[in-house]
Design a protein around this ligand. Sequence first.
Ligand SMILES: [Zn+2]
Length: 964
Amino acid sequence: MRRFSILLPVLLLATQATAQTPYPDPIPSTLPGLDYSESIYPDRSDHDPSVPAPESVLGFPVGQRTATPEQVVAYARAVAEASARVQLVEYARSYEGRPLVYLAISSPANLARSAEIQAGMAALADPRGLDGAKRNRLIEELPAVAWLAYSIHGNETSGSDAALAVIHHLAADRSDTTTRLLDELVVIVDPNMNPDGRARFVKSLAETRGTQPNVDDQSLLHTGYWPYGRGNHYLFDLNRDWIYARHPETRGRIPEIAAWRPLLMVDAHEMGSQDTYLFSPAREPHNPHLPPYRRTMGETFADDQGRAFDRYGYPYYSGEWHEDWYPGYTDAWASLRGALGVLYEQARIAEDGVQRSSNLLSYRQSVHHQVISSLANLETLRRERKTMLEAFSSDRAEVSSPRGPYGNRSFVILPTANQGRLNDLLDLLRIQGLEAHRLTRAVRVGTATDQLGRELRNHELPAGSIVLRNRQPEARLLAAMFEFDSRMSDAALAYERERVLRTGRSTIYDTTGWNITMMFGLEALTVPQHLEAGLEPLDLERAAEPAPLPAAGAQVIALAASGADDRALAFAGRMMERGYFVRSNGEPSSLDGHALPIGSIALTRDDNRGRADWQADAREAAQQLGIPLHAVTHGRAPGMLADLGGRQWRLLARPNIALLSRGLNNMLDFGATWYLLDHRLGIRHSHLDEDRIGAFDLRRYNVIYLPERWGSTELPPALTAALGDWVRAGGTLIAVGNSARALMSAEQPLVNTRPIEAVIGEALAPYQDAIHREWLARQPLPAGEVVWGHAAAPGAEYPWSNGEDPAKPEERTRIDAWQAMLMPSGAIVATRADSTHWLAAGTGPVLPVLYSNSPVLMAALPVESPFRIGLYLGMDGEGGTLNWAPVPEKHELRVRMSGLLWPEARERIASSAWVTRESVGRGQVILFAHAPAFRAAQLGAMRVLENALVLGPGMGASQPVPLP
Ligand SMILES: [Zn+2]
């Protein structure tokens, strides 16, 4: 192959920029290793010149610099046009409108029968009704499908550039090796999984590129800058989105993968620049639902891949930091669907090259590594085609069998008034291709387990429950997503504990809990049987029933939406966005026979006089959201329930929201909240650059959101200085994780909530009494004769008299530091909700939430704690004191729901607050221990954040009356 000089792009830049100056640009430095001389294609390649080579479209050879998303698609289209071996499919558009495409590359004969191949794979994938003869014939005849997916993280660029070479080689090479490969395989190349992220990153490359090559990996060219290119438009990590399917990139891709059923799924990434090259298989912990051949066949693939590297003497490894626990990674998710998922991690070189201790690694070489890996994996798949088809087919048969590991288990999602949230679940089931049923009548089962691990005997499952029977073709994916409490192997646990004790650092790479019903805040049970009685299949493709909307009428005084449904908040947000006045109730109400629990929304005629279209506009917003709207003609509620004109139906203030941005703000939390405001609530808002915060007039906003902070427990001093006056004047300040920690730890804190380490060695009585008061407020009254007695006499019982004293202060501090070492990497814990609090609107008595190494919030009255960690369960226990917190007699506190949460950490966070709210002047501060909008998938916790954002300014802060 011709060799191109690495200097080409630099010279292009130079000629454009400085044609006639007295300082001609320098001749770019030549550095050993920068001009990589190996061909990026295999030996003995014989490329058909009628298929365009990448440089003819890009203007430079593959790997010389980073191709833009537009160049990647342009090249894919050019090859599809020129080659009979290639078909291009556009499967989605990104948020920024960029096309997402894949190429199906195979022999023209295979491509001509692609529908037949997909039907054959579908038959193998669903063994119910597949006879042995047909199965054997399919295994004999079907090509194996490989799915090569590149650069899901937009700033890990080498994958997409490698994809261009892989596409070119497969489409153009006339050698026997490639011809045979394409006879026996269909290769899907998904060349650029995250075009918006890559576009952001290549823009930063263009911004930071100079006249000389840049090989310093600390330089902006290589590091990029906030918000980096990793995430999509909303900065989400798409390599975590597979089980939640929140984004167009994932949602477009899943049905295509389901249609092709690849047996190999490659997911090409990059890691730290000073590293080498990592590929699968992973080390422990392994997700228990991965098919066994992921490990056995994984070894075969890895051996071949390693040999391909050995040929050049390039270093590589597998295992080490790469583990397999979280099921939402590309390779794990694909494996759960039956593919062999293979992860690539190339040392990250953004462009030019990176100097390392003993050598300079050029970008082009890093691209070559990805090409070597891809072609090696394809060759292994070709050789193992029949073995892989066999393994896939027998595994599907086993998991669909009554005697298989999933033969006798069903997950039951209990009915809920929160239809909006349930719709989200049904959408997820549909997109993942999972089979679901509904109970048409109540059914009694011998035993069931709830999300807190309680066994229920002789239990009745209510009519309307959704039933997911684990015995189905996608059993592995279903189990990974819905099993309440997957367990790691003892070996994995022992390794994790040893590393934490020795180094203080966890070896787990992502959250250890992700259970869908818990993340969604939906109540569910596991039943150890394949339920059959009283079931009807659920047609997930059928659109939801249109919501009943009342007819407009002159006698209508209000239109109301029940706060039991999450969409009520979006309804309120969208109506306020259109300039309407909206009310919400701080106490339960019922109007015209419609129950309106706390946090319901009402649009009244009186508030919106002069808006002739108020009913039509409300109906339009409700129809768009699909939420039922109730027409109210009479403002009086029965009994003690809140009348429409009373002070419990509070006027909401239109939220003028600012999100703190850039600097040290965690992009993921910032992005998730931005997504929530844009796509759920539909409220305009501002993003404030924290580096310029001192210059801004915060009075424009009545809500400020401080996202989780990365590695920092301090806020910009100019912000801290301005926030006090702003909150006291009526602002609603919401702070998450380390931002909450920063507010609590400031020299003169704005809040009374404290982090546990600051108070555990001090007087604990106020924190204990807060727990006593919350507990006793829910208990029955003392006997009448005690209350109405006349004598002041000794004998009153005080709640703390039963508890033993916690350890001495210095001992408590030491215990806390020990417990802090064992904090989780993301486990799901139970919180007990105060159902009388507006922040808990739309939440049942238990809200599962994710918790990681979050600040442990200690709150004593008058700080409100609408959610505390742990649920009291009645049992024979003695009660007493757990760490610092009282536990009532005959109760125990259940904390862990799912994921790894060591006993020490359970004790540490028990009864601390997950959310606190406190008044400060005319305003309020709301602290969250952990990011509520996490991955936009924690729907239960997200509702609490939506309550804070939409209801907050009206419910918890005081707004001035606007004088005319
Ligand atoms: Zn990555």
